[in-house]
Design a protein around this ligand. Structure first.
Ligand code: CTP
Length: 404
């Protein structure tokens, strides 16, 4: 029996050229045993015929809020679904979903569901890269929606670039994974730190680093999505998972003060934050003025080391806790990360080559190597930070079940 056997899946198809690939997604879901209810938007009907879907799916296609005898088809579909997958998702449908506009059957169903949702965008590269589209995806990610990112390749009209709908096999894998793991962290308490710390020079200036907090927030979102009780200690103002306890901090010392008293209460601690290693030794409690340093003069900022509290967490780790650190490296990534894993007594370290293209700080994508104290060595190639978060928590859960 497959993971999909008997699962009720709503397949939303919106109006893009990739809609023809949704036929294959539909067929594969049905072949795997799922009960598939297709919803096509009006736009989708310009690209593919409803008859094809009706023939392949478990129920006839629905396109309108007003077709059924029941005046509320969206609540029926939304409430009964085990999962909703939207493939392809156009920029318009992503925007409507992100902003709660329920003006057609698909968006109404998306708003009316509590089931996990997978969105598979497909559009031209220019549209995919537009800040409005990315901002809307960020909103959805923040609410626990899984985004299966588009691939690079040939697009409609002969263009080449990022924007092609992910392959049906990848969409199926995301569906299976989501159903398999949707609640595996239930009953666990997860503490996540995120973002770069800010160390004051004077009352207006800080020293910080390029960490955006995206990877840490993605771990918190994935943990919450999988049923964990999440505490997020963060330096950045980004969407946070619904239901999480959020503690906002700024400096390394504030993060340490927030984390240390509560760490032992957590089953899993993921230190994704880029904590400063040095801070100004003296903080001036007013704004330094140029004329204090004479004509053309500059202040001498003397740094002192911060305290590495991940070392303390490793030393004080309670039985049964899984402690995860990050290693942001530009050289000898694996060797340096492995050394940190041992020195800080971690169970898992996420080795992050922050010098590689589209990886690490500020990007939406990342590529990491997961190194376990048990010898685990798992490569996660360039992908969305939420999918990296998923791989990290999968590795954590694998470690926890092997030591049960
Ligand atoms: N960390 C911490 N406290 C610090 C510095 C780092 O808790 N003062 C944590 C980070 O959250 C991260 C891990 O330690 O999970 C590794 O941080 P990184 O800066 O990569 O390593 P360092 O130990 O500072 O080593 P190096 O300077 O050699 O890179």
């Amino acid at each position: 029996m497959t993971m999909l056997q008997g699962r009720r899946i709503v397949l939303g198809v919106t109006g893009g050229i990739a809609a023809y690939k949704a036929i294959e997604v539909c067929r594969r879901l049905v072949d795997a045993g799922a009960h598939v209810s297709p919803i096509l938007t009006e736009g989708a009907m310009h690209f593919v015929g409803a008859t094809t879907f009706s023939a392949l799916a478990s129920e006839p296609v629905q396109t309108s809020l007003w077709d059924e005898e029941s005046p509320i088809p969206h609540t029926r579909l939304g409430q009964q679904a085990d999962l909703i997958v939207v493939a392809p998702a156009t920029a318009r449908s992503i925007a409507a979903y992100a902003h709660g506009l329920s003006d057609d059957l698909l968006t109404a169903t998306l708003i009316a569901t509590r089931a996990p949702v997978i969105v598979c965008p497909a559009m031209h590269t220019e549209m995919w890269e537009h800040p409005a589209v990315q901002a809307n995806l960020e909103i959805l990610r923040g609410r626990g929606v899984i985004i299966v990112p588009p691939a690079e390749g040939r697009l409609a009209g002969g263009d080449v670039g990022t924007g092609r709908l992910a392959e049906p096999a990848d969409i199926l894998a995301a569906v299976e994974h989501s159903l398999a793991s949707s609640q595996d962290l239930t009953g666990l308490r997860v503490l996540v730190t995120a973002g770069g710390t800010r160390e004051a020079i004077d009352s207006v200036r800080v020293i910080t680093n390029r960490s955006s907090g995206k990877q840490g927030h993605a771990v918190a979102e994935e943990a919450a999505y999988r049923g964990a009780e999440v505490t997020l200690v963060t330096t950045v103002d980004r969407p946070t998972p619904a239901g999480a306890t959020v503690i906002r901090v700024s400096s390394a010392a504030e993060m340490q003060d927030a984390v240390m008293p509560i760490a032992a209460e957590h089953d899993i601690v993921v230190m994704a934050a880029a904590v400063a290693d040095f801070r100004p030794a003296v903080v001036v409690d007013r704004k330094l003025k140029k004329d204090e340093f004479g004509q053309g003069g500059t202040p001498q900022i003397v740094l002192e080391p911060t305290h590495d509290f991940l070392v303390d967490l490793g030393l004080a780790k309670p039985a049964g806790q899984t402690l995860v650190g990050f290693a942001a490296e530009t050289d000898d990534v694996i060797d340096n990360a492995r050394a940190k894993l041992v020195r800080k007594r971690l169970d898992l370290i996420v080795a992050n080559d922050v010098g590689a293209a589209r990886c690490g700080f500020e990007h939406d994508t990342n590529a990491v190597v997961l190194l376990g104290a048990d010898g685990m060595h798992h490569n996660v190639p360039l992908t969305d930070k939420r999918i990296i978060a998923r791989a990290i928590l999968d590795a954590v859960m694998a470690l926890r079940t092997s030591t049960d």
